[in-house]
Ligand binder design. Structure first.
Ligand SMILES: C[S@@+](CC[C@H](N)C(=O)[O-])C[C@H]1O[C@@H](n2cnc3c(N)ncnc32)[C@H](O)[C@@H]1O
Length: 185
């Protein structure tokens, strides 16, 4: 499996928002979902996108979207605003789960399951020289970046990997990683 984890400092943990931007930048969660899960006219069945939401009123909340199980989801922002509003108010949607799990607990679980864990950072080692086989979790910061203390925790279980010297949007990073994995020989 290829899995992506976005650490969202401000993403709301309820459905009390006017729109995704107003929801503590849930628009970034939407953009990352699109890049992680959707190909042209198909889902990635081997991909899961997670976001740890740390916004009000009840953080942390892990939101997970599984490309294999996802149903009834178009790619436009309005559809996802309504899907996220539903699941964040306790509703169900096929392929989407929420759980009260911290970043630390999630990373420990993935480590125990044998996942390689890579923190995406422009200061890391080039992705081209990494072992990209098997189950991998890529950890990504939001618009502000990953908090240093949390980055330090994740790095106990993995390493920092770079996509180059430019700083990209979180969603662009997921797209680049997917392309890299799709085209590796
Ligand atoms: C929009 S960037 C964060 C920008 C933030 N101002 C900073 O300085 O970290 C969001 C996330 O994308 C990832 N990222 C951006 N550019 C990258 C690159 N060149 N290589 C690896 N990861 C990158 C990092 O995980 C970063 O936390």
């Amino acid at each position: 499996m290829r899995e992506f984890l976005l650490y969202s400092r401000t993403g709301r943990t309820d459905a009390n928002f006017k729109n995704l931007v107003d929801g503590g930048r849930l628009d970034i969660v939407y953009q990352c979902t699109l890049m992680a899960i959707f190909k042209s006219a198909a889902h990635r069945h081997d991909a899961v996108f997670h976001a740890i939401l740390n916004g009000a009123p009840n953080p942390p909340l892990k939101l997970s979207i599984n490309g294999n199980d996802l149903r009834d989801a178009r790619i436009d922002e309005r559809s996802w605003e309504s899907i996220l509003r539903n699941v964040l108010s306790g509703g169900a949607h096929p392929g989407i789960e929420t759980a009260k799990i911290s970043l630390q607990r999630f990373i420990e679980d993935k480590h125990r399951e044998g996942y390689k864990i890579y923190v995406l950072s422009d200061e890391g080692e080039p992705i081209a020289s990494q072992d990209l086989s098997g189950d991998i979790l890529f950890v990504i910061g939001d618009h502000v970046g990953l908090p240093k203390k949390d980055e330090g925790f994740v790095l106990r279980y993995g390493k920092a990997v770079s996509l180059g010297r430019e700083k990209y949007l979180a969603a662009s990073c997921i797209d680049i990683v997917n392309y890299t994995l799709d085209t590796k020989v």
